[in-house]
Design a protein around this ligand. Structure first.
Ligand SMILES: Cc1cc2nc3c(=O)[nH]c(=O)nc-3n(C[C@H](O)[C@H](O)[C@H](O)COP(=O)(O)O)c2cc1C
Length: 205
């Protein structure tokens, strides 16, 4: 029997059950209903520190800080699909998510500097990454700072950056339930992510 498609959703919002978590849950519901096995990682519940920049990993490929982040990174490396979410805080991603991404520096070192754990070329092609975000303001550029960080995160872990699912103007629409079209888009992306991986199709972005 084929093993199930695994999907990890990372909640970067410290605010539980808000716009971002509802959007992420909708993606994960689509993924589950397509036959995937989903796990939600709630960063605000994890105990981890920010990267100290000691660069010990440049020599060893390991991080000197032993906390709850490493098992999550191991599961992310094994997952078929990664959905990362954050609200916009002061025109960027949350502290929780930025601190989490910075801690993956040792994974970058292993893959791209020391090359002790090279990523197989097919990994990135068939592993799908999605970014979900919500913002209060109705500004075209409100998500602009986030995209390079997501690209870097997906590169480090070996995922194709397949799509952004973005809900701006949450203040104007009374929250995410005022945008059923975007919730539907999140559901469809979750569903199609799993179906696409099952069929071994690269995403079309
Ligand atoms: C500390 C803080 C900073 C924020 N900064 C911005 C901002 O710069 N631009 C914006 O459009 N919305 C901003 N917002 C609004 C949130 O992005 C928006 O309400 C989002 O949908 C909240 O998601 P949540 O319900 O998951 O917490 C900010 C909210 C907070 C709490």
């Amino acid at each position: 029997m084929n093993r199930p498609i695994t999907v990890i959703g990372v909640l970067g919002s410290p605010h539980r059950h808000g716009n971002t978590e509802i959007l992420l849950d909708t993606f994960l519901k689509g993924a589950t209903e397509a036959g995937g096995v989903a796990e939600k990682v709630i960063l605000s519940k994890l105990s981890y520190s920010s990267c100290k920049g000691c660069n010990a990993c440049h020599k060893t490929g390991d991080c000197i800080m032993q906390d709850e982040i490493h098992p999550v990174f191991e599961r992310m490396l094994d997952a078929d699909c990664l959905a990362v979410s954050s609200p916009i805080y002061t025109m960027g991603i949350t502290t929780e998510l930025k601190g989490f991404i910075d801690r993956a520096h040792y994974i970058w070192v292993r893959h791209f500097k020391l090359k002790t754990h090279p990523l197989p070329p097919e990994k990135k092609v068939l592993h799908r990454g999605y970014f979900l975000s919500t913002a209060g303001m109705d500004r075209e550029d409100v998500f602009a700072t986030t995209f390079p960080m997501m690209q870097a995160l997906f590169n480090i872990f070996g995922f194709s950056y397949c799509a952004d699912i973005l809900a701006k103007d949450m203040d104007g629409s009374g929250g995410i339930y005022g945008r059923p079209d975007i919730l539907e888009m999140a559901y469809q992306n979750g569903y199609e992510a799993v179906r696409g991986i099952q069929k071994k199709e690269p995403c079309k972005r």
